[in-house]
Design a protein around this ligand. Structure first.
Ligand code: AMP
Ligand code: MG
Length: 336
């Protein structure tokens, strides 16, 4: 384990993974603007940019964005006809049969809830609604209201039936929210379409949920920056050099409101009902599967540094970068 400040930081490993100090979120430092790319807003106001190098064509862009929209239509809590909204509407009443892909993502979410001892919990829906982060009506709820919804946040009350891909939330008032994992799944789905089309060089950026496919050019990795918290967008605190990896960050700077000089962000500690307040500004995960990276970045952020490291011991192929409130940077740095 490397405990280092940013002036000392240098991480190398067999995946051409390097951290450089140049400057919380992710952006492609070397995204070739002149290359054809397509940007659309999808997945709940997320800026989604796909860049295909060589052999990319309109049909493949269409296929990718159709897939992203299909996933949004199945998994968004804000679309009343989505499978997730149907599950939520039937909470405490009956089980709901869902699309196989929705079932798969919920199953994976339950897996991460289990291994993180509930720090990651896809039933945070009632808390998300109560705090209203990013709705324009954010507020600090009364302790009474928090205490009221806390019993509804419990992943153990999700019943999954694999035989007919149905899902039942056992308590009335429960609701699923896949906001911490669905973008990763969408990124993986986009990567599958790209790889199936034999495109060997591409970038997927779903609101900072990034997959780099292949190399930037022969023997030159992609460069992905982690946004310096509190600074101009595009100013990085760390730059990663990567080939064929996904990079996902969870951090306090994405969605928050300020009251009495304090930040209240969107990553909730399911046991207290408050945004996690543990000295971290962001956690970035680097690995192969974006859905898992998405879930892990949220889980590790909510667990905090020490407990997050314990969870990461079960995932030896994963690299994590932590940024603290004092701008200290620590990384797992264990792939050397
Ligand atoms: P991410 O940016 O991937 O970390 O996901 C953040 C989103 O996940 C939030 O906007 C909520 O919708 C949801 N969320 C918040 N706290 C949790 C939690 N402890 N476990 C699972 N999902 C959460
Ligand atoms: Mg996440």
């Amino acid at each position: 384990m490397n405990h280092t400040n940013k002036n000392e930081l240098a991480v190398r490993n067999r995946f051409l993974f390097q951290l450089f100090l140049v400057s919380c979120f992710l952006f492609l430092v070397s995204c070739a603007q002149q290359e054809p790319s397509r940007t659309e807003i999808a997945l709940g106001n997320t800026l989604c940019t796909i860049t295909l190098f060589k052999h990319g064509n309109e049909n493949i862009y269409n296929e990718i964005f159709n897939k992203i929209r299909e996933i949004e239509n199945l998994m968004s809590v804000n679309i009343p006809s989505s499978d997730i909204s149907r599950i939520n509407a039937a909470a405490g009443i009956e089980s709901v049969q869902v699309h196989a892909e929705v079932f798969k993502v919920i199953e994976r979410a339950v897996y991460f809830a289990n291994v993180s001892d509930g720090a990651f919990d896809p039933t945070v829906g009632p808390l998300v609604a109560l705090w209203g982060i990013n709705t324009g009506s954010e507020n600090i709820p009364s302790q009474h209201k928090i205490d009221e919804v806390l019993p509804l946040v419990n992943w153990r009350n999700i019943e999954l039936d694999e035989s007919n891909t149905s899902v039942f939330l056992t308590q009335r008032g429960m609701s699923l929210d896949l906001g911490a994992i669905a973008k990763g799944y969408a990124a993986d789905s986009a990567a599958k379409i790209i790889r199936d089309a034999n495109i060997t060089r591409a970038l997927i950026d779903l609101g900072g949920n990034i997959i780099v496919i292949g190399e930037r050019s022969a023997n030159v990795p992609w460069r992905v920056g982690i946004q310096k918290p509190g600074h101009k967008r595009g100013e990085s605190i760390v730059t990663l050099q990567l080939t064929d990896k996904t990079i996902v960050t969870s951090g306090v700077y994405e969605r928050y409101f300020k009251e009495n000089g304090k930040h209240y962000h969107h990553l909730f500690e399911p046991f207290s009902g408050y945004p996690a307040d543990n000295g971290l500004l962001s956690v970035t995960i680097v690995m192969d599967v974006s859905m898992d990276a998405d879930a892990l970045s949220t889980a590790v952020f909510v667990l905090g540094y020490e407990r997050g490291l314990v969870l990461l011991e079960s995932f030896p192929e994963v690299e994590a970068i932590f940024i603290f409130e004092n701008m200290e940077i620590r990384s797992t740095n264990r792939l050397n």
